[in-house]
Write a protein that binds this ligand. Structure first.
Ligand SMILES: [Zn+2]
Length: 276
């Protein structure tokens, strides 16, 4: 599952699913705005681990700036890979699908996000929102060409950030929720990679079968080809449908989608939609 839209949607589904099933209070006070920022961070973070590949979708988000960042990540990832390699691990450079594809990286990214939001007066969150919105837009609009459309992506994410900020209500300050969003997004990316043929060394540095970089993957029948029919015809559309439905449920609970009451849904569904 490595095409951009599927990764981004998996992030949105995870965030909407978590906030639907764990309840909107589980992450502290959650306003509509906080939920939307979290949704943006989680969708963008679902593409973030590929920052270790200079030719990936995410690396081309902001033109030369993100490509430079990507090269740095590839260098560090390769270094960590070679440093912690065992005799049983495959002898590759380890610049791609290594450190940024581990749960350790996901947790670190989440903690750094929380720390950044906590220590700033809202400005840093605006920057984070801009960056992750850019990555999410880049992921979803994967047909936009990286060379020509870097400006278009920057403009779109700036517009999204400004629209969110200009919207009525307090500025979001739920640092923990944003950390969870980024961590969750990264893990969803790793799971998505694990179910493609190559697997994903998510559990590094836990040694499995004598390998610290053991590529975690389900049995072969459950794996799918990147960009293949299963992804394009089944997984992608199902994830998109789920993302829409779950997002509407949470937004309704938060008071952002009152029109749902007029849809004439069965009373059992409405009873679930409004938890007592
Ligand atoms: Zn990846």
């Amino acid at each position: 599952m490595s095409t951009g839209p599927t990764h981004a949607m998996s992030g949105l589904v995870a965030w909407a699913g978590l906030t639907t099933f764990a309840g909107t209070e589980a992450l502290g006070e959650l306003s509509i705005k906080t939920w939307l920022v979290g949704a943006t961070l989680c969708s963008g973070a679902a593409l973030l681990p590929d920052i270790d590949h200079p030719k990936s979708t995410v690396a081309s988000t902001f033109g030369g700036v993100s490509r430079g960042t990507s090269q740095a990540f590839a260098g560090v990832s390769g270094f960590v890979y070679r440093l912690t390699l065992t005799r049983n691990d495959s002898d590759r450079s380890g610049t791609h699908r290594s450190f940024t594809h581990t749960v350790v990286f996901a947790v670190l990214a989440g903690l750094i996000t929380t720390a950044i939001v906590q220590s700033s007066q809202g400005t840093a969150l605006g920057v984070l929102m801009f960056l992750f919105a850019g990555i999410a837009v880049r992921g979803i609009m994967h047909t936009w060409t990286p060379e020509k459309d870097a400006l278009l992506i920057a403009a779109t994410s700036l517009l999204l950030t400004a629209a969110c900020w200009g919207w009525a209500g307090d500025q979001p300050s739920n640092a923990a929720a944003f950390g969870v969003a980024v961590m969750l997004g990264c893990v969803m990316h790793q799971v998505g990679d694990a179910i493609t043929e190559l697997g994903c060394p998510m559990l590094w540095p836990v040694p499995l079968k004598g390998q610290t970089w053991y590529p975690v993957a389900p049995p072969k029948v459950l794996r799918m080809r990147t960009g293949g029919r299963v992804e394009m015809v089944l997984v992608g559309p199902v994830l998109t449908g789920l993302a829409v439905v779950l997002s509407i449920v949470v937004l309704f609970r938060l008071g952002g989608a009152p029109w749902v009451s007029d849809l004439g849904l069965p009373p059992e569904v409405m009873a679930w939609m409004v938890p007592s």
